[in-house]
Ligand binder design. Structure first.
Ligand code: HEM
Length: 509
């Protein structure tokens, strides 16, 4: 071979590389030109590797709100480790995501913990958008959450509220303080268990197990775990095994509980096919129609436990705390209820609540200041899309900071004041509702992934709160004043007050 031929042979691969590089660079220049026409949302300054991770405190909704205000960004792009995240903090951008482009943002991001603990995930709340989610959501709305079903649980609600009142009456008789946070949680736990499996877990002590399991799983599902920010770490051999093993241990505990529950129902159905109309029986009876595997059933039950217990309990706990902090609001609510219940009845029934406008305003105001899911459940973009003049790329998670929007002085008068009057009698927010059409107020979300349990939650919260306030007057324990009530929060898939609420009941009726 001659020298020029040898050179040619050596240079040929190099030439190919140069051609390939210039083609790639040309494509990147074209993409950048397109992006200049169409900017990504602004980002605050970031650190290498960590991105904006160091700016997230123990309460991400609060840190993200502070960050948005500091930089004036209603829509911002953050990098949490290796994970791009869009944060929405204005009603206009929220409307674009949840209404205008709902079909693009109606999915959920993948997370390892949801994959392991939620069986796929195959539950409603964390499933990606698609046929499986559609089917399971239909099952939920038809067999658990329809208006007819919610009405059919009325007797159970009234009986469970009655049991709480008996417990508080005993405390009132001895002048003992009641741990309201715990009591409200037990009530929600028992009521949901009764709806789901026809009886509470109380007698067998399984209710404590359920509560502990929810408390242990909730922070994991909140979506702020290291392996989500650095997914490549979770793929590394040993580390992947450690992370997965941690989640599998949690799932094993759920398996033990749920397998036993389903098995008990299966053997009951076999001995008496007509026995039982609780939700586990319903799941077993529609198993074929919805093509449910056992894992699907367990995932759906997890949905009910996570969505149904802590959310309403957290809102009620905050409502009671706010009422104690504001005696004039408490007095006004008591006057409304005590004048609408027939004399001698001794308790509030659902029929007495038809005109309870102030009660509804109190619950709305609690949901505004203390939404149980302050960042909703993360949404996920299935395609790139224009929001508020910015390009949102495909495949990013989107957090909607409803906590921040509910406290924004641009949309609310005296936003930090607990003032139920704003919602009624020509108040500044008259007509503003949480049904997903007023985008400054989204405690239940909006659009296709909006909470399906709104009516069930309201019926339960209204009845318990009305009875607590109607039957008793409430005082702080000796040595404590109303200003001692601490509203600090703890973060999880549901946010709740950190401190327990200890109150002394005085019997009114
Ligand atoms: C005060 C009580 C409640 C609050 C504040 C609440 C709030 C929420 C929120 C914020 C979401 C996410 C919406 C989104 O990502 O856009 C959600 C989803 C959901 N909620 Fe609720 N919820 C409550 C009670 C309930 C109850 C009692 C149930 C039924 C047992 C329920 C069932 C669901 C389900 C199934 C989803 C998932 C919807 C989906 O992804 O398609 N919720 N809820």
């Amino acid at each position: 071979m001659t020298a020029p031929q040898a050179w040619l042979l050596l240079l040929a691969p190099l030439l190919l590389l140069v051609v390939r590089y210039s083609l790639v660079a040309k494509r990147a220049r074209k993409r950048r030109r397109q992006q200049l026409d169409h900017d990504l949302p602004p980002s605050p300054p970031a650190l290498p590797i960590l991105g904006h991770l160091h700016l997230l405190g123990s309460l991400p909704h609060v840190s993200l709100s502070t960050l948005a205000v500091k930089h004036g960004y209603d829509l911002m792009l953050l990098r949490l480790g290796a994970l791009p995240v869009i944060v929405v903090t204005s009603p206009r951008a929220a409307e674009a995501v949840l209404r205008t482009h709902d079909h693009v943002f109606a999915s959920r991001p993948h997370s390892l913990v949801a994959e392991v603990v939620l069986y796929g995930p195959s539950n409603v709340g964390f499933s990606p958008y698609g046929e499986h989610w559609r089917q399971i959501r239909r099952l939920f709305t038809t067999h658990l959450l329809s208006a007819k079903k919610v009405r059919s649980f009325r007797l159970a609600r009234e009986e469970e509220v009655g049991m709480v009142m008996v417990h508080i009456r005993e405390a009132a008789a001895t002048g003992t303080a009641v741990d309201m946070s715990e009591l409200i949680n037990w009530f929600m736990n028992d009521l949901v268990c009764r709806t789901v499996m026809g009886k509470s877990f109380r007698s067998e002590g399984r209710n404590k197990l359920l509560q502990k399991l929810i408390a242990d799983t909730s922070p994991l599902l909140a979506g702020f775990n290291v392996e989500e920010f650095f997914p490549f770490l979770a793929r590394l051999g040993v580390l992947s095994k450690v992370v997965r093993a941690k989640f599998e241990r949690v799932r094993q505990r759920w398996d033990d509980l749920l397998d036993r529950l389903i098995q008990e129902h299966e053997s009951k159905s076999a001995s008496d096919p007509k026995d039982g109309d609780d939700f586990v029986h319903v799941l077993l009876s529609v198993r074929e129609e919805y093509e449910l595997t056992k894992d699907h059933m367990k995932a759906v039950l997890l949905d009910v436990f996570f969505a149904g217990i802590d959310t309403s309990a957290s809102v009620l706990d905050c409502a009671m705390a706010e009422l104690l902090r504001r005696p004039s609001v408490m007095a006004k609510l008591q006057t409304e209820l005590r004048s609408s219940v027939p004399e001698g009845q001794g308790f509030v029934s659902e029929a007495d609540l038809t005109d309870a406008a102030y009660l509804r305003a109190v619950i709305k105001e609690s949901l505004r200041l203390h939404p149980a899911a302050p960042l909703l459940v993360p949404h996920f973009s299935m395609a790139s899309c224009d929001v508020d003049g910015y390009l949102i790329p495909a495949g990013v998670r989107v957090l909607i900071n409803v906590w921040a929007m509910g406290r924004d002085a641009r949309f609310w008068e005296d936003p930090l004041e607990f003032m139920p009057e704003r919602f009624i009698d020509g108040g500044s927010a008259t007509g503003v509702d949480f049904k997903g059409n007023d985008f400054q107020f989204l405690p239940f979300g909006s659009g296709r992934r909006m909470c399906g349990g709104l009516n069930l939650a309201l019926a339960t919260m209204e009845l318990l709160l009305a009875n607590l306030v109607y039957c008793f007057d409430w005082e702080m324990p000796e040595g404590k004043g109303r200003h001692d009530i601490d509203m600090s929060e703890a973060f999880g898939v549901v946010v709740h007050r950190k401190e327990k609420l200890l109150l002394v009941p005085k019997l009114h009726v």
